[in-house]
Write a protein that binds this ligand. Structure first.
Ligand SMILES: Nc1ncnc2c1ncn2[C@@H]1O[C@H](COP(=O)(O)OP(=O)(O)OP(=O)(O)O)[C@@H](O)[C@H]1O
Ligand SMILES: [Mg+2]
Length: 284
């Protein structure tokens, strides 16, 4: 069993009288990409910022690379990289200056120019942060998280505002981190992103972890196959556990009528289907 990079046990956080995180437990193993998913206000950023050492927990145990992040130990901070959900920049500093400044805080940083290239910002290296577009600023966030060459990277909605090509490029960056043996804790509202990148995901709702596992496992455990086709201009959907038998019957009947099944497809429920099923159900 590989060692855990992050371990969370019965984590709780109250703001005033309101408990935003109500007893969450999970582990992220070294070298793993773990996706934390859930609706707005579910408690993802609260959890992630406690692990980063930015917020104090109300109760529970957490361990990050073997230390308690609440101690805000400098050695631990040098081993982690962070993309905050909303970040602050010096608007007058250029991209290059911002990245070089961050690199100086780490003992063995990556090359700043190479890091800027990695996130696709080379053409804007001389531009002031205050003059970047929303998606470009988010790429700068990613560069700042990576330049220290940390072991563990927290990415809170790292690709929000990215255009589709930039999102795919960011996925490649995250995959490269995994190839290098780094650990990544990611939050995202893009379920295709979570499905494509995460080894495992946890779904948080109302401060509780309601499901956890590899994306393919969550889909497989929950729902059956969907067979769909078009008939007289209408889409007909069937759910089945045995698509072989169903297809045989449907295609047999169509052929007997001398017809073809238009736009015939067999699909597995996606992570998004499972997520929506789990998170839009009322309280039990
Ligand atoms: N500093 C704060 N003071 C008071 N309440 C807060 C504070 N930060 C967060 N909350 C509340 O805690 C709950 C969880 O917020 P959190 O930011 O962790 O959600 P999230 O899952 O990251 O949501 P999103 O997907 O919108 O980013 C919300 O109800 C929020 O209003
Ligand atoms: Mg958040």
């Amino acid at each position: 069993m590989p060692e855990a990079a992050i371990s969370v046990r019965d984590l709780r956080k109250s703001y005033g009288g309101v408990e935003a995180v109500r007893g969450i437990s999970f582990d992220v193993l070294r070298g793993e990409i773990f996706g934390l998913l859930g609706p707005n206000g579910a408690g993802k950023t609260t959890t992630v910022e406690i692990l980063e050492g930015y917020r104090r927990r109300s109760a529970g145990q957490v361990s990050v690379l073997g230390s308690d992040p609440a101690a805000r130990d400098l050695d631990l901070r040098r081993r982690i990289g962070i993309v905050l959900q909303s970040s602050g920049f010096y608007p007058r500093a250029t991209v290059r200056e911002s990245v070089e400044h961050m690199a100086a805080a780490y003992p063995a940083p990556r090359d700043p120019a190479e890091t800027i290239d990695l996130v696709g910002l080379s053409e804007k290296a001389g531009a002031r942060a205050g003059k970047l577009s929303g998606g470009q600023l988010r790429r700068l966030d990613l560069a700042l998280a990576l330049v220290g060459d940390p072991e563990l990277i927290f990415l809170d909605e790292p690709t929000t505002g990215f255009d589709p090509a930039a999102r795919r490029a960011a996925w490649e960056v995250v995959r490269k981190l995994k190839d290098l043996g780094k650990t990544v804790l990611l939050t995202t509202h893009y379920l295709d992103e979570a499905q494509s990148l995460s080894d495992r995901v946890g779904i948080v709702k109302d401060g509780l972890l309601i499901a956890e596992g590899p994306p393919s496992q969550l889909s497989r455990d929950r729902a059956s196959y969907r067979v769909s086709f078009r008939q007289n201009g209408r889409v007909i959907d069937h759910e089945t556990d045995d698509p072989t038998e169903l297809l045989h019957r449907l295609t047999g009947e169509a052929l007997a009528r001398g017809e073809r099944l238009e736009d015939l497809s067999v699909s597995r429920p996606t992570l998004e289907d499972v997520y929506l099923e789990l998170t839009t159900r009322g309280p039990e």
